[in-house]
Write a protein that binds this ligand. Structure first.
Ligand code: FEO
Ligand code: CA
Ligand code: CA
Ligand code: CA
Length: 676
């Protein structure tokens, strides 16, 4: 029986203007009155499965009903009772490319595989991910039923980002500098693997005709208004339309037409300059500097030396589209979606079937964007090719609304269109291509709202309400205040704005989740209403959270002690088709100071109607939990464990060094639907 049936709805931000939320609450209430019982309404009761399935049959989303777990400092994956995790695809595992499947080879805590081996093995630092069921199983995220599921078998393709590298585990000292750079590039990018489930167990299909590794050197096409622009041309590509590689692939998106979107985040880190004078204000706005990551790629490959190739860095910072079912197709970098430190790309259809893509720029005091395509997706949903090449990019302005200080307000989307809103030649924008290559400066010019590090964005499957994690910000609210300059000359991450209603904490060490609802519920609308969904934190640390914030530290059921309720640095985010919000954290190994009680990074589930949140998973030492995707039957949940062992000892998952980032798949021991 639930320990907190009498727990009040603790989320004050279930606002009336979010009518869909109210509607779902009403559905729940009707369900309760209909005799399904209090256990269904309460988050962590354990109702009879038949009742949950009855609720699903009636189209009523059930509340999560697993037993939440507490924070943990353990070098393992922990789950609620009745769940198991299987390690599926570790860094160094063969991708499954026919005739080229070298096994992981390590000694003394370091990989001994060659750079060539690494090009056909799983990369490091698994991040965003999406499961594409084979057509025979397909009931995709966008509601297209494409065939019948056959019994309990599942099979499909997984696209997995490899965001970054851990050089201490990747590079055996005997490698030459050239081999080190080649191996580092090959440990980045994306894996496309084929996976299947038989009798409950998952495996990577090897070999598979779909198996593919996309790396820091894979040829790709540049699309959209900036393709061919002078700022995109290099000595190796005088046309400015072909680029090698994708880097720092953070989070992801997927399209209704079955393609994968991978987002280039901290691309600046790979570039360096042998001449400090070569760093322009434009480069500085994106954090391109002398040698941000210190990887020294420029010493081997001059395209990473901005003094030699001043435009190569302009060819990174984009959203890249990959067709997982067509390994022969080049990935496409879509310049129409803007250039920034992209986190993810949340795709949804507007009422008129234009394609809308929500995107965050993850750096302190950067912005939230959305792209709206010019073209519309056909009714069959399979004709999306080209839709991401032409459209309008908007940036968000959050305003306080009628009242100040109530944690909600209104907002508007400002188009970043050449010739409008000061995006003119006299202000440094000579064309739409330049507006897109200098997206940050364009957003500075129109006065967009500086946010507390925009990470993932997720769109509720029925209400289309949009949620974003703002992971933290230690450059707000302290003096002297400063803003991103409208002339675009501010260095990336250097502003120090005052608090505002949408970013209400000075020195926001724990992060928060904001949400908005577009006018008329139409993702293509140009105005919206927003509110703060939750302020993460530690209930035992009211001094740091701030008194107002404690009142508004919403969403925690009164379950157990504070070790169940603390959480920090929300980052990965996604709705499943029931409308449950999965929240993943990234504070790495920084478990000192205010993070000391947080335990290892973890994953929560939020029940939007009640505001209740519970911890579903805790990860091994030093990891980040990131990336999230489910099979259509909702009985298998894929999660990525990124960089275990970062700044703290871990031997996960092999129980021998080196620790290895990995995709895991979580199932219920009885084969049931996850979370119910
Ligand atoms: Fe790659 Fe902002 O996380
Ligand atoms: Ca307000
Ligand atoms: Ca992230
Ligand atoms: Ca993060």
């Amino acid at each position: 029986m639930s320990q907190h049936d009498d727990d009040p709805v603790s989320n004050p931000s279930v606002n009336k203007h979010f009518s869909e939320v109210v509607e779902i609450s009403m559905q729940r209430r009707r369900m309760l009155q209909g005799g399904l019982g209090a256990a269904v309404l309460s988050f962590f009761g354990l109702p009879a499965l038949t009742r949950i399935e009855q609720a699903i049959a009636q189209g009523i989303p059930p509340a999560p009903s697993f037993l939440p777990i507490s924070a943990a400092f353990a070098d393992e994956v922990r789950l609620p009772p009745g769940y198991s995790a299987q390690v599926l695809y570790r860094w160094g595992d063969p991708t499954g490319i026919e005739g080229n499947m070298p096994e992981f080879d390590s000694d003394a805590g370091v990989s001994w595989n060659s750079a060539a081996d690494q090009s056909v093995q799983a990369g490091m630092d698994h991040d965003g991910m999406h499961y594409f069921p084979h057509d025979s199983d397909h009931d995709d995220d966008h509601g297209h039923r494409r065939g019948k599921r056959r019994g309990k078998r599942n099979s499909g393709l997984l696209c997995i980002n490899h965001e970054n590298i851990e050089p201490e585990f990747l590079l055996q000292p005997v490698l030459t500098d050239a081999d080190k750079v080649a191996k580092m590039k090959n440990a980045h990018g994306v894996s496309v693997i084929e996976v299947r489930q038989d009798d409950g167990e998952w495996e990577v299909v090897r070999p598979s005709k779909y198996a593919r590794r996309i790396t820091g050197d894979t040829p790709m096409r540049i699309s959209g208004p900036a393709a061919g622009h002078a700022m995109m041309k290099t000595s190796a590509d005088p046309q400015g339309r072909r680029v090698l590689g994708t880097l720092n692939n953070c989070a992801d998106g997927s399209t209704p037409w079955g393609t994968y979107l991978t987002c280039e985040e901290n691309f600046n880190g790979y570039f360096a300059s042998t001449d400090p004078a070569a760093i322009t204000p434009h480069m500085r706005r994106y954090g391109v500097a002398a040698s941000p990551f210190g990887y020294n790629w420029h010493q081997v490959d001059t395209r990473f030396d901005v003094a030699v190739e001043p435009n190569e860095s302009n060819r990174f910072g984009w959203v890249v589209e990959i067709d997982p079912k067509r390994p022969d197709r080049k990935p496409i970098k879509h310049t129409a979606l803007g250039r920034m430190k992209h986190e993810n790309a949340a795709v949804v259809l507007a009422d008129d079937r234009r394609v809308v893509v929500y995107m965050g720029d993850d750096e302190r005091n950067e912005y939230i964007y959305k792209f709206v395509s010019h073209g519309r997706l056909g009714r069959r949903g399979d004709d999306g090719e080209g839709l991401l090449e032409t459209g309008t990019l908007y940036v968000a302005i959050f305003e306080p609304g009628r009242e100040t200080g109530d944690g909600r307000g209104t907002g508007r989307w400002v188009p970043l269109v050449f010739g409008k809103n000061g995006l003119t030649p006299e202000n440094g924008f000579a064309s739409q291509a330049e507006v897109l290559i200098k997206t940050r400066q364009a957003a500075d010019r129109v006065g967009a709202t500086m946010m507390d590090r925009p990470e993932w964005i997720a769109v509720h499957p029925t209400s289309k309400e949009v949620y974003i994690t703002l992971t933290n910000n230690n450059r707000r609210g302290t003096t002297p205040a400063s803003a991103n300059s409208p002339d675009g000359t501010t260095a990336g991450g250097s502003a120090r704005p005052a608090v505002d209603e949408a970013n209400p904490r000075a020195n926001n060490v724990y992060g928060h989740i904001l949400r908005w609802r577009e006018s008329r519920g139409d993702p293509a609308a140009l105005t919206f209403e927003w509110d703060v969904y939750l302020l993460a934190g530690d209930p035992a640390d009211p001094g740091t959270v701030g008194a107002a914030a404690v009142t508004n530290t919403v969403g925690f059921p009164n379950f157990g002690d504070a070790t169940y309720r603390i959480f920090s640095a929300p980052d990965g985010l996604g709705f499943d088709k029931r409308g449950w919000l999965w929240i993943q954290t990234d504070y790495g190994a920084s478990q000192s100071g205010v993070q000391a009680n947080m335990g290892n990074c973890h994953m929560m589930v939020a029940d939007i109607p009640t505001g209740h949140i519970g911890r579903f998973l805790t990860g091994p030492n030093g990891c980040e939990i990131t990336g999230w995707t489910m099979t259509p039957d909702q009985r298998s949940l894929f999660i990525n464990i990124q960089h275990p062992g970062e700044a703290t000892a871990s031997t996960w998952p092999d129980r021998v060094a080196p620790p290895r980032s990995a995709t895991i798949v979580i199932t219920r021991n009885d084969g049931g639907v996850i979370g119910t």
